[in-house]
Write a protein that binds this ligand. Structure first.
Ligand SMILES: [Fe+2]
Length: 270
């Protein structure tokens, strides 16, 4: 008969120490850097899909080629979105409830640009993030940090004609996860960007400068190239900071060549 009082093992939890994970990160990093030094053409700007220190990436990464769908066909049965549906106030995550959320009020401001530096206008940007205690409102996040009743941690915005966007929010805190023993994610904000179709979606994470958890985090480190990693880190920008109101960060997003690719597809379809 089983003892119902015994703690259940979390199937995702591993007993590996941070030292074990860090040693694996260092091994991959030195292999990458020696290859890159030998031939800069080996630059990797995207995260590795199969990055062993990020344990679940072994099971979750795609093993087959992407199935390409026709953007116009999918919109015959998928929901449509339009810029009229997104209210300007949705980009302020601090005014969604009756009271103000606890934490450091920040503004994140930036531009979405294509690979040639042109602004990507009318782009839907959605963000989600943990609160100032590092807690998400999600049933799978049950670690002992408080939920803030005045903070849902989700917002959206549409880029302006110059590709600009802005969010007012609360600076998220690091939070623990189950990759290994004593694993903590650097503070981050998740970003989703749609292009002109549902089939053009990009999801990424924005980090804050100087986070001491960067070298320890297998998700951040799954991008092996330091310059590519740096592009995920916002800059503190005092011109975005407002007197007695918020501190400010700037983060530009470059969608390399995405616009041109989409225009080619349209030409080929018709
Ligand atoms: Fe997260």
């Amino acid at each position: 008969m089983s003892d119902t009082n015994s703690p259940k093992l979390d199937p995702l939890a591993t007993a590996d120490s941070q030292e074990t994970i860090s040693a694996e990160i260092d091994d991959i990093s030195s292999q990458y850097n020696s290859g890159f030094t030998a031939d800069p053409a080996n630059e990797e700007t995207q995260p590795r899909l199969n990055y062993p220190p990020y344990r679940s990436s072994l099971l979750r990464h795609p093993t087959k080629d992407l199935h390409h769908t026709d953007p116009e066909t999918i919109e015959l049965y998928s929901p449509a979105f339009g810029h009229r549906d997104v209210h300007q106030l949705e980009s302020d995550l601090t005014i969604q409830h009756n009271g103000e959320p606890i934490g450091e009020r920040i503004v994140i401001r930036g531009r979405v640009l294509d690979g040639t530096g042109r602004p990507v206008r009318n782009q839907l940007i959605e963000i989600w993030q943990a609160n100032a205690a590092g807690r998400y409102i999600h049933k799978r996040d049950q670690h002992p940090a408080p939920i803030d009743p005045n903070f849902s941690g989700v917002g959206r915005a549409i880029t302006g004609d110059d590709g600009s966007y802005e969010f007012t929010t609360i600076k998220p805190a690091p939070y623990p996860w189950k990759n290994h023993h004593n694993a903590w994610r650097p503070a981050h904000v998740h970003f989703s960007l749609f292009g002109t179709d549902f089939t053009q979606r990009m999801i990424t994470q924005m980090y804050f400068p100087g986070d001491p958890l960067f070298p320890l985090d297998p998700i951040y480190q799954s991008i092996t190239d330091q310059q590519a990693r740096d592009r995920l880190v916002a800059s503190y920008d005092h011109s975005v900071t407002s007197h007695e109101w918020n501190t400010g960060y700037r983060w530009d997003i470059v969608l390399t060549g995405s616009q041109q690719t989409w225009m080619e597809d349209e030409d080929h379809d018709h």
